[in-house]
Ligand binder design. Structure first.
Ligand code: FPP
Length: 250
């Protein structure tokens, strides 16, 4: 009896040690400071940030994470100088240009943000790249990589509220948490299990307010361009020990 119990416990521990969060979301901050610390233009930080994002998506996929969401461009980012905005938007084209590699790896690309509500101020060519990436990969069954793109959580909540009120008026849809969640930009997106922010600041910055309500918040001083697969693994190790994660139930 005791042996059986011991083996069950160690099996459980092994299971917990290999557990990964189902949904990891990242606020990629510190591109500008990374560049300035090296005497480079801020745009170089964004360029390296895009390459880091591609690397971290690969790492998340390799770790068996189901959903990975990155804050690529916020509704607030439009207030930056136009040259910086244009540079960042150009980099979004780069990430979508990586869609063939992602497709080969069975990654499903999705976007959340104003493009979903049809109110985006993004250039038409970028929206087209985005639509093509989503379309190409929509039947894939591996990691779902979501780019929050011209995204703000308050706008998402308003969008969902309007949609739900409309359904309520038309079909008498019940107004509750479940029906509200079905009206968000991506109704299939599961709750965030681990939220990561780089470069040390402890702010949510209008990101995934509804979805992150119970998520442990891993804040690292590392600037986003220096983040990588190894630090993603460190964040997951930290998550395993945080309240609400599987390790805390043993
Ligand atoms: C913060 O850096 C990051 C952003 C403005 C948005 C994220 C953009 C990237 C990672 C670049 C490319 C991304 C994609 C998806 C192609 P910051 O400029 O606020 O850094 P700072 O706080 O040090 O100034």
């Amino acid at each position: 009896m005791r042996e059986a119990a011991a083996s069950t416990t160690s099996e459980l521990r092994a299971e917990v040690a290999s557990a990964v969060p189902r949904h990891v979301a990242v606020i990629m901050d510190g591109n500008g400071r990374w560049a300035e610390s090296k005497g480079l233009a801020r745009t170089e930080g964004h360029r390296q940030g895009e390459a880091t994002l591609a690397e971290v998506v690969r790492a998340a996929d390799g770790l068996g994470i189901g959903w990975f969401t990155a804050y690529g461009f916020s509704t607030e980012n439009w207030s930056r100088p136009p040259t910086e905005v244009n540079f960042i938007l150009g980099l979004h084209k780069n990430i979508f240009a990586r869609r063939l590699e992602m497709h080969r790896n069975n990654v499903r690309i999705r976007c959340i943000g104003r493009p979903v509500s049809g109110t985006s101020r993004l250039p038409r060519r970028i929206l087209r790249e985005m639509e093509e990436s989503v379309e190409l990969t929509k039947a894939n069954t591996g990691l779902t990589f979501t780019l929050a793109f011209d995204y703000g959580a308050r706008e998402e909540l308003l969008y969902a509220t309007r949609k739900l009120l409309e359904a309520h008026r038309r079909e008498g849809t019940e107004i509750d948490e479940r029906s509200f969640a079905r009206c968000l930009y991506d109704p299939e997106m599961p709750p965030v299990d681990l939220l990561v922010r780089t470069s040390g600041e402890q702010r949510l910055s209008n990101f995934l307010l509804w979805q992150s309500v119970g998520a442990p918040f891993y804040v690292t001083p590392t600037y986003w361009p220096d983040f990588g697969g190894a630090e993603l693994e460190a964040a997951i190790t930290w998550w395993r020990r945080s309240p609400g994660a599987p390790a805390s139930n043993t």
